[in-house]
Design a protein. Structure first.
Ligand code: COI
Length: 354
């Protein structure tokens, strides 16, 4: 029997692992046996425990349901060649979680405590980490306001949980994206850099409209002029323009993606020129039409790397060269995958073996 040291452990009576079988993994609808839970009250976190994954009770007046204090992270664990398990750059997600908490007026979680909760949960459910190509254990830490109270102010109680899902691909293929010039994802001074639940809620209607027009995702533009590219749906974006790797610069309207950072650093190590800067819609359109834009892809934890095969600008779509002929994205995807799956050296120290 596995035991955990720091937290109470209530093991599930029956593991559901055998129901996983050999089937292709969906994204986000199969859940491992256990979850981590911890409560914030009277100014401190306590009652950390690992317990069976399952429903929980919540007051209808829980403040997160009304005023939206709710944040989350997305990270992954990978099966290693020796059968062990490694997390990929978990401290980046932990730090970003606390940045999100700060923006949403929620309490911090000690980084060491967070990492301990994560590793103990994954040790308990290590059998759920898949090892097939393109598969991993997706990890979802989240926090929400749980105080029962009607009135707009920061909650005095919060709940923090982590659950995990064995997953396959998030996007089932390449995507067509629409440059959005009416709706806005994030405005300066807003919450765009935070992984706040409400950011995703606000994206649903514009994305549904884009889907009706034949696109899978939106390429968001800045809120002020709708002239500059920011990010795409659940991903940051990277372009190959004149053989340089170009990505919209980070700021308070763009989520600081761990996969984005990893890809830029891998490309720089490969000797590629990197530009993190403003990318004007007009520049992108001209580069796409002239052929200077040779590749475009989304990068994110869930999506990993997803090729953008066409970009819809007002007035028409521009098709990118056939993805089968691309060289930059596949090379970077392989390097990233090798790093995460423990194939070869880890020059950046990004793997955290648990
Ligand atoms: C991630 O990439 O982990 C995300 O958070 C995307 C998610 C909304 C599915």
């Amino acid at each position: 029997m596995l035991t955990t040291t720091l937290f109470d452990f209530h093991p599930s009576a029956h593991s559901r692992l055998e129901t996983l079988g050999g089937r292709e993994l969906p994204f986000g609808s199969v859940f491992s046996d256990h979850q981590f839970r911890m409560e914030f009250a009277d100014g401190k976190w306590s009652n950390g425990c690992i317990e069976p994954f399952g429903d929980m009770s919540l007051s209808p007046a829980a403040m997160s349901l009304h005023y939206g204090q709710s944040i989350f992270e997305g990270m992954k664990a990978f099966r290693q060649p020796d059968g062990g398990v490694a997390l990929f750059r978990p401290m980046e997600n932990i730090r970003r979680f606390n940045k999100s908490a700060d923006r949403m007026c929620m309490p911090f979680i000690d980084e060491g405590l967070f990492l301990q909760a994560l590793t103990e949960l994954i040790k308990v459910d290590a059998g759920w980490v898949p090892d097939g190509d393109g598969s991993s254990l997706y990890i979802r830490p989240f926090m929400f306001a749980s105080e029962a109270h009607v009135g707009v102010r920061p909650s005095e109680r919060y709940r923090f949980l982590i659950f995990t899902c064995p997953v396959g691909q998030y996007y089932k293929g390449n995507v067509r994206v629409k440059v959005e010039t009416f709706f806005t994802r994030a405005a300066p001074g807003g919450t765009g850099y935070a992984k706040a639940a409400g950011n995703y809620a606000a994206s649903l209607k514009p994305t549904a409209m884009a889907k009706e027009q034949g696109y899978q995702q939106i390429l968001w533009t800045d809120a002020v002029e709708h002239k500059y590219i920011e990010e795409s749906g659940t991903m940051n974006v990277v372009f190959v323009i004149n053989d340089k790797l170009v990505s919209p610069a980070l700021g308070d309207t763009v989520l600081s993606g761990v996969t984005r950072d990893s890809i830029l650093r891998l490309a720089a190590r490969n000797g590629m020129e990197i530009e993190e800067r403003r990318v004007a819609v007009a520049e992108l359109k001209a580069a796409a039409e002239s052929g200077a834009l040779s590749e475009a892809f989304g990068v994110g934890t869930a999506a990993t790397m997803t090729a953008i095969e066409a970009i819809g600008f007002a007035g028409g779509d521009v098709e990118l060269p056939p993805v089968s002929g691309w060289t930059v994205m596949p090379a970077l995807a392989k390097q990233l995958d090798d790093l995460r799956r423990g194939h070869g050296e880890d020059p950046f120290g990004w793997r955290v073996v648990i």
